[in-house]
Design a protein around this ligand. Sequence first.
Ligand code: MG
Length: 256
Amino acid sequence: MVELKTPGEIEAIRAAGKVVAGVLTAARACAAPGVRLAELDEAARDVLAKAGATSPFLHYKPKFAPVPYPAVICTSVNDAALHGIPGRYRLKPGDLLSVDAGATLDGWVADAAVSFTVGPAVNGDAELIATTEAALRAGIAAAVPGARIGDISAAVGKVGRAGGYGISTDLGGHGVGRSMHEDPHIPNRGKAGRGMRLVPGLVIAIEPWFMGGGSDHIYVDDDGWTVRTADGSRAAHAEHTVAVTSDGPVILTAGA
Ligand code: MG
């Protein structure tokens, strides 16, 4: 069921979104060669605690997961696309890292992600990240009243395919608000003109993630969480929480 938000509720989600932006900034500032992913999680915990917020990721246990999620952010390195658990791995120069973060503040959730390289990019990673960000912008631009969910999917997918990248439809955008994953689901490719019509008050996370090798196939690591590219190529991910309003799309996870 899709729950529309009032203008006041959208402002509450924006407040959570500012915390998410702060978490992502802190994690990115922490990421350097030799730093363990767990240290990024520690930095994220500090930002959340100082803001009086909690992480909707911590202890999250969807049906597909064998164990509750053990951290406050996801850190996915190189062939890991999504849901990488921040552990003892030490970042290396040239790693492609995506950080996905959420915050719950006063009962409202926001969700965003960013990808970057540790030091200079190698092997086409800069293009992969730039294309993922361009797809996010295209998806957001399509999130206008009167359009349909399929228009967002088509806009995102078109940019990814133009880059020659692989796109899985297994995990994508979603409604967000009182909980992290609400209806509707927003696949990262699809047909324009299909699906639910967008109306003011709809709040959604739009989150393209593309695979550099061009294959659409993924697998889940033995840890039960980490989604990896089947072909071993690198993946990038970009996400914002966005409100559909009568004035057009409004990004709720932008920085202060
Ligand atoms: Mg999300």
